[in-house]
Design a protein. Structure first.
Length: 200
């Protein structure tokens, strides 16, 4: 089975380098490239499994184009790629339907891991063992905190429910975000639901 990836980035050097990393690091993957949203929408491939989409593009931006891309390839997953580490941009991407977000400053290994995680249900089983979908290691208490966090409870309310101080809850929340490799409560809730880590 071939996995089709569409890489959309207006920097040709970065785009070609990233395509090489993906082709070398993952088996059964075919990478299409486009320098703009307009060119991406002209891609002749009927089935795209993953869109690697730069946030900043000339013309229509990556964030603005998510809906158009999902309209053409409704089953495609979206992994945003950005040079900016602005948390608001990251949250906006998830709100618009992205399944993942990675910074351009990350290592190629981390990028491959993120692609594998985003495509966990579609990759062939001969993905290198080092990139297999990793189990998140949460303590029982962190799991309880995550459940309540997913319900939208504040640290204060979580503390009342679990009979913990607000400072203790804050520590558990930060440890949980770190374990999930996310930077916000909303992103943690998204990952938890996608991975079945919560009863919520």
């Amino acid at each position: 089975m071939t996995i089709n990836l569409l890489l959309i980035d207006d920097h040709a050097l970065f785009r070609s380098g990233l395509a090489m990393v993906l082709a070398a690091g993952l088996r059964g993957v075919h990478v299409f490239e486009a320098p703009s949203m307009e060119q991406a929408l002209l891609c002749p491939c009927d089935t795209i499994d993953l869109l690697l989409l730069d946030v900043q593009l000339e013309g229509l931006s990556g964030l603005e184009g998510i809906a158009l891309l999902k309209d053409k390839w409704p089953k495609a997953k979206v992994l945003m790629v950005s040079a900016s580490q602005d948390a608001k941009v990251k949250e906006q991407a998830f709100a618009l339907g992205a399944q993942g977000f990675i910074y351009k400053a990350e290592t190629s290994q981390r990028l491959l891991e993120q692609v594998v995680e985003t495509l966990a249900d579609r990759l062939p089983r001969n993905v290198p063992a080092s990139l297999e979908n990793r189990a998140f290691k949460l303590t029982p208490r962190q799991c309880e905190v995550l459940d309540l966090l997913c319900q939208g409870l504040s640290n204060k309310m979580i503390g009342r429910r679990l009979e913990l101080s607000e400072n203790t809850v804050r520590g558990h929340v930060q440890a949980t975000l770190s374990a999930l490799q996310v930077s916000s409560r909303s992103e943690a809730a998204f990952v938890a639901r996608r991975r079945g880590l919560t009863n919520e």
